[in-house]
Design a protein around this ligand. Sequence first.
Ligand code: ADP
Ligand code: SF4
Length: 714
Amino acid sequence: MTRDPRFDVLFEPVRLGPKVLKNRFWQVPHCNGAGSDRPGLQAAFRGMKAEGGWGAVFTEVCTIAPGSDVMPWVASKLWDEGDVRNLAEMTEAIHAHGALAGVELCHSGGLSANAESRAPASVVSQIASDINHLANGRALSRREIRDLRQLHVDGFKRARAAGFDLLTLYAGLGTFPIFFLYPFYNKRSDEYGGSFANRTRFTRELLEELRSQIDDCAIGMRFVVDTLEDPYGYGELGVRAGEEGQQFIAAFDDLVDYWDLNIGTLNWGEDAGSSRFFDTNHEAPYTRLAKAVATKPCVNVGRFTDPEVMVAAITSGQCDIIGAARPSIADPFLPKKIEEGRFEDIRECIGCNVCVSRWEMGGPPIWCTQNPTSGEEYRRGWHPERFEVARNKDRPVLIVGAGPAGLEAAVTLGKRGFDAVHLVDAGPAPGGHLNWMTRMPGLSAWRRVVGYREQQLAKLPNVTFVTNTRLDPEDVLGYGAQIVIVATGSHWAGDGIHPALHDHITGADATRPDVATPEQIMLEDKQLGASVLVVDGDGYHMGSTLAETLAAQGRKVTYATHFDNLGPYLRYTLEEQRMYQRLVELGVEILSQQLVVAYESGKASLVHVWSGQERLLQVDGLALATGRYSDCTLYDELLERDEDRNAAGIDQLHLIGDAHTPGLVAQAVFSGHRLAREIDTPNPDVPVPFIRERRLVGATEDDYRLGAPTLTTP
Ligand code: ADP
Ligand code: SF4
């Protein structure tokens, strides 16, 4: 297919100093759990984006010296020649597809715990770190400021040696340009403190030095143009776009080749905003102001997935280059698909921030809800757009359940060339639990998980979707399938089982009229009266989303959890503060460290988890988000009936998704994908060992490939 001329502007080249960006697609720095310690994951992951058409592909944040050791978070490092060697793998993989390789360089000074390096910390003014309780650090002397500048220059030179084309000086979220700039950090009274010129002196000296020593790479800055109002930002102690934000851009425009602009603070949920709280392109009002004073090309971010919105951002003069982290994770081939007019194939980011959560929890490899191959390009050899024809493709497949797991399995098996795949669901439409969950406040964008897969199914004539058909074991045995995959999901517990009690909340029985599960509230419209207690034993979003749903209906809601804070996983997805605010605005009372132990005739008994102090609450009803049960009886029965299965010709039976392990949507999708990728292996229930990037004594390259003897168990 040829490109729609409406989108031509997105494919124009852009000059960046000595380099030329081939189009306007720029994968901004974002973490993936690789850093420079897992060069295989890093190279394959970034190389995939280059293959998918991104003109520039960056590392995550890359620290330049051991005094900037952010462990346990997984950043890239360019501390030494070893790091240069490892990151050169990434730049080669990017160059192989004609894209520019970028690196976001920084020293995070006193914000680093230096847990691995045990280096002493340096700060602009000696005040203990606002986020890292163990870090403090000595205020830099003038001599040490010179040394710090040299440290940066050396780091930039190592980046050039690793093959990077675009060298970004990071001026945001915990970096020295910002420590000097923000009055929040800078209390100095010498020539590096006080006036704007003084607070930007270090950045000016550094950029001038860099430009005098490096002329064959483009040098730019990622600058936070607005640090927002209290309680989300620094207020007057930071930078506002219309004031020092613009002043900063004007001051350094002649010293950079490009600007990569965003907003926010160390609470970066205001930048990587989840779809629950932020629309696409939500940073435009701030970044537009920066662009107004910049003469160099400006990159903007804003969860851009829609090419029309991208074109409008460019043509309206908001920015020159479309930056993306999450949209490029969910679909590394987004630019190619736009170029080829394959809009129905775009796997749009849902803005759930599960990818972000992996960094926040300390850096395991990335997960993406929409793209199960994300982070698995090297480890499992998965390509998001290429599928091998299955060796057992002639065997008819039956998938029971069309939630995210069943849908993903059906699409992937369809793409693997199976002759006949039947996807059967008891309900009238695909989507499983997402059908009701995406009707809850703020979750409508999650519907894209279903929408993308429905569009793919429509293009796969070998996959048949059968609606309104509930299958029992006899139906399955008589269906005529040789491969049966059970994806029947899970349900929220209605018996008050609670993880902290490892027992039931006494009296919490959802067969009673005043106790309800999320499904009963959303699917049956079960009414719980004017005042409701929501119990969150789950720790992700369901408890707080239920509280929001019920409060928005005008009920008086109390939310209680035994955790230290509201839905602790929401902190990892950067949604905790906004969710807290929203509940407060709706008048919800939030009780943490409170375990609900009993509920009887409108009286709830709560116990403080540490002090043991008891309290009573009088409410009209109880809503339970305490845990989920697998709906796996169909599978269990079929599993027991070996002879009947043999007689029916079923030689493969598998259980996937929430029916196996209730969890994140990302895990259900992954589970369906993983099984479908490995459906023709000797034992598809056991994942093929993935490549583990660890130091192996006496290793050769052969040890780091799929199927290596080092990955086998004797
Ligand atoms: P997951 O997240 O693992 O994909 P869901 O709970 O979202 O699971 O979806 C499970 C789907 O399975 C639901 O749409 C449900 O209607 C369907 N289902 C459950 N049991 C049966 C059955 N016996 N026959 C057909 N469909 C079923
Ligand atoms: Fe988007 Fe969620 Fe995937 Fe992150 S995990 S890229 S937010 S769909």
